[in-house]
Ligand binder design. Structure first.
Ligand SMILES: [Fe+2]
Ligand SMILES: [Fe+2]
Length: 151
């Protein structure tokens, strides 16, 4: 059985995935310098996965007889992922990505909890699958963070 909490979480997560796609794409384009190359390549790869997450979430909403939102529902939240003024500031992008991934992980954990409570194993499965990807993204960027230690 579905609940308002589940559809709200699915809808919010759908919007967040698109915001992530936009900011990862922008940062993959704007970063400069020798330290940026690996981060840019990694962002490009993750964009494809984040888009796939949005598709899976949208399809789940449809299966629950709801519609994924259009752009009029869009509300921007990822302030720390805006393109840096200094385009060689790879570290600020790494920090922004880690924050976005932490937010995503929190959302999918909440979705797992809500789905378990509502006895909705299909939504739970969707959330577990996506959570595994987000944890992998976090691990990848924690690795980059070690190369760029905070002072
Ligand atoms: Fe994602
Ligand atoms: Fe991610």
């Amino acid at each position: 059985m579905t609940t308002d909490e589940i559809t709200d979480l699915l809808t919010g997560a759908y919007i967040d995935e698109f915001e992530t796609v936009m900011n990862y794409q922008t940062n993959a384009i704007v970063l400069d310098g020798i330290h940026a190359e690996e981060v840019k390549t990694s962002l490009e790869e993750d964009i494809q996965e984040e888009l796939d997450h949005a598709r899976i979430l949208g399809e789940r909403l449809k299966q629950l007889d709801e519609s994924p939102p259009g752009s009029e529902s869009f509300e921007a939240n990822q302030h720390s992922l805006q393109p840096p003024e200094d385009t060689t500031d790879v570290q600020s992008v790494i920090e922004g990505v880690l924050e976005a991934e932490a937010d995503a992980i929190e959302t999918y954990r909440s979705l797992i909890e809500a789905a378990t409570e509502a006895n909705d194993p299909v939504t739970e499965d969707v959330a577990v699958t996506i959570l595994a990807d987000e944890e992998a993204h976090r691990t990848e960027f924690r690795g980059f963070q070690k190369e760029f230690p905070m002072d």
